[in-house]
Write a protein that binds this ligand. Structure first.
Ligand SMILES: *[C@@H]1O[C@H](CO)[C@@H](O)[C@H](O)[C@H]1NC(C)=O
Ligand SMILES: *[C@@H]1O[C@H](CO)[C@@H](O)[C@H](O)[C@H]1NC(C)=O
Ligand SMILES: *[C@@H]1O[C@H](CO)[C@@H](O)[C@H](O)[C@H]1NC(C)=O
Ligand SMILES: *[C@@H]1O[C@H](CO)[C@@H](O)[C@H](O)[C@H]1NC(C)=O
Ligand SMILES: *[C@@H]1O[C@H](CO)[C@@H](O)[C@H](O)[C@H]1NC(C)=O
Ligand SMILES: *[C@@H]1O[C@H](CO)[C@@H](O)[C@H](O)[C@H]1NC(C)=O
Length: 489
């Protein structure tokens, strides 16, 4: 299928996203870039009038009103439009623990499955319960999937916020009847009210479970995330004019809102043949921009507009395959090196080898194999030697500074280098964690990377959503590349 033959089918969906912890709308500081360094400086505090404007902009209706016809409202977990709004935010330490556990479980299963003989399936690791401090809400257990979109399932449509994901290979939705038999599991899809809902039977090409007997409903049992359910199909409506018929997803058994499922579900943007991009007409291309500030809307764009431009603003990274069929649905990119402040980091050749760098929207902070993390951390500490480092660290990060009281700080910026010779320079918002978003870097500030503790032998780096903020990330699978367009939202 040529792009032109299906061009008229393409649509583009713009989405408003709100940030959680690292936005700085009520900005008390500004910055400029000088080569591969960024200089932050304090600005006079905002007038009361401005603060008032900022707070009225964060009501749910003001965001909904800002959307045009063909745009899909998407909310952040802290948006007033989100059912999770008002629940305590996770701390950075919570997110680091959760992501580490998520990666370990996902890839530990992978490596044991690879090494086990085909005739003897590897035993599944026991589900891990992840401690979540700073939140009384168990819905965060499946991952730091902070960015979500409002979509509708069924006929007539029932609308739900679902997290964006590139990691699980499947779309999930909480469904009724509730596992407990009660009606208390909202938000959940009431399958009995949809005239187009069908179960996927065992033996169907859309039933990946081989171990189920004919006639019964295709079960889904995910030991990694302790989620159980059944494969189903229904209409997925992602924009007023864009519906996917017979969209395959898993109806998750839940009993109450604080169970294992966050939000109402997860929207799969992976390379799986049943993911949303795969089911859209034309090439499976899409892009998103995750905003770092409530005042700067982000977007998800699906279809033909998401081709990678050849302009010199865009950095291109080759999409690569690492030969593990079980990981074929994830997005791996050809990272070959990194620099800090313009100087190449002494990362041993081959550290990022074997297509082991995962680009992921389902985890938050970027994790690097120790062979890459240690040189980065050491070089950053050396560059920042003029400042007092807070030992032993803060909020789970090991390289932190309390810049309270300073008026100007200078930070060396991280650059990712790809096998095609191109590179992607990130800025402070993407590489620094600010404990207090209101003061930004002029409070406790940490290098927002961590050491990858267990990549299961197949991972050397996971580029998380935090590192991607404000950048449009374009997935052009047909062209075999990902584009990074900085400063897009
Ligand atoms: C998490 O909370 C528990 C219980 O309050 C506490 O014992 C533990 O130290 C906390 N962990 C972190 C990393 O803050
Ligand atoms: C198939 O499913 C049955 C019932 O759930 C289970 O007892 C059996 O161990 C499964 N077989 C395999 C090969 O997974
Ligand atoms: C590349 O960027 C420069 C400015 O940075 C601009 O003047 C030039 O037109 C760009 N070239 C292309 C091919 O986009
Ligand atoms: C890449 O694969 C080769 C061969 O399997 C192995 O020897 C090497 O250690 C791997 N490198 C990394 C970084 O995983
Ligand atoms: C570092 O700490 C020392 C001793 O507490 C203090 O005198 C100095 O001003 C601090 N330097 C900076 C850059 O904060
Ligand atoms: C940073 O330093 C200021 C001033 O010394 C202090 O009030 C504040 O509590 C410190 N922040 C953290 C997170 O330790």
């Amino acid at each position: 299928m040529t792009p032109s033959s299906v061009a008229f089918l393409f649509f583009c969906v713009l989405i408003i996203l709100l940030p959680a912890q690292h936005g700085h709308a009520a900005s008390s500081h500004a910055s400029y870039k000088l080569g591969s360094r960024q200089i932050f400086f304090k600005t006079p505090s905002k007038s009361p009038a401005n603060s008032k404007q900022a707070s009225t902009a964060t009501t749910c209706s003001s965001f909904a009103n800002g959307l045009a016809n063909n745009k899909l409202p998407v909310v952040h977990r802290q948006s007033p439009c989100s059912p999770l709004h008002g629940l305590p935010s996770l701390t950075a330490a919570d997110v680091l623990r959760r992501d580490t556990s998520l990666i370990r479980r996902r890839f530990a299963l992978q490596s044991s499955a690879v090494s086990a003989p085909a005739s003897a399936p590897a035993p599944s690791p026991a589900p891990t319960i992840i401690p979540v401090n700073g939140s009384s809400d168990g819905r965060t257990l499946t991952g730091a999937l902070d960015y979500s979109v409002l979509v509708s399932y069924g006929t007539p449509e029932q609308q739900f916020p679902v997290f964006l994901d590139t990691f699980l290979d499947v779309s999930l939705l909480r469904c009724k009847p509730c596992a407990s038999g009660s009606n208390s599991c909202d938000p959940a899809f009431d399958t009995s009210r949809s005239t187009t809902f069908t179960n996927v039977p065992c033996g169907s090409p859309d039933c990946p479970t081989t171990n189920c007997s004919g006639g019964s409903v295709c079960p889904y049992d995910n030991p990694i995330f302790s989620i159980e359910g059944a494969f189903a199909q229904d209409v997925l409506t992602v924009a007023p004019s864009a519906a996917v018929h017979d969209f395959t997803f898993v109806c998750v058994d839940v009993d109450h809102p604080s169970d294992d499922m966050p939000e109402a579900g997860i929207l799969d943007l992976s390379r799986d043949r049943n993911s949303l991009p795969s089911r859209l007409p034309g090439p499976a291309t899409f892009s998103y921009c995750l905003p770092h500030s409530p005042s700067s809307p982000g977007f998800l764009s699906l279809g033909g507009d998401a081709t990678v431009g050849e302009d010199n603003r865009t950095s291109h990274a080759p999409l690569v395959s690492n030969g593990h069929p079980e990981l074929a649905n994830m997005y791996f990119i050809d990272l070959v090196g990194m620099s800090l402040g313009g100087d190449d980091l002494p990362i041993p050749t081959g550290t990022f080898g074997n297509a082991s760098t995962l680009l992921n929207v389902g985890t938050t902070f970027t994790m690097l194999a120790p062979d890459a993390y240690t040189p980065l951390r050491d070089a950053f500490q050396e560059e920042m030697a003029q400042y007092n480092r807070s030992s032993p660290g803060f909020a789970g990060f090991d390289t932190c500074y309390n810049f309270t009281g300073l008026d100007v700080i200078q930070v060396p910026l991280v650059e990712f280098k790809f096998g095609n010779g191109e590179s992607f320079l990130i800025d402070g918002d993407q590489m620094l964690y600010f404990d207090d978003p209101a003061v930004g870097p002029f409070g406790m500030t940490c290098l927002a990377f961590s050491a990858l503790k267990d990549g299961g032998g197949v991972l050397s780096a996971v580029i998380g959503s935090y590192t991607q903020v404000s950048t449009e990330v374009v997935y052009d699978v047909a062209a075999g590349k990902v584009g990074f367009i900085p400063g897009s939202c």
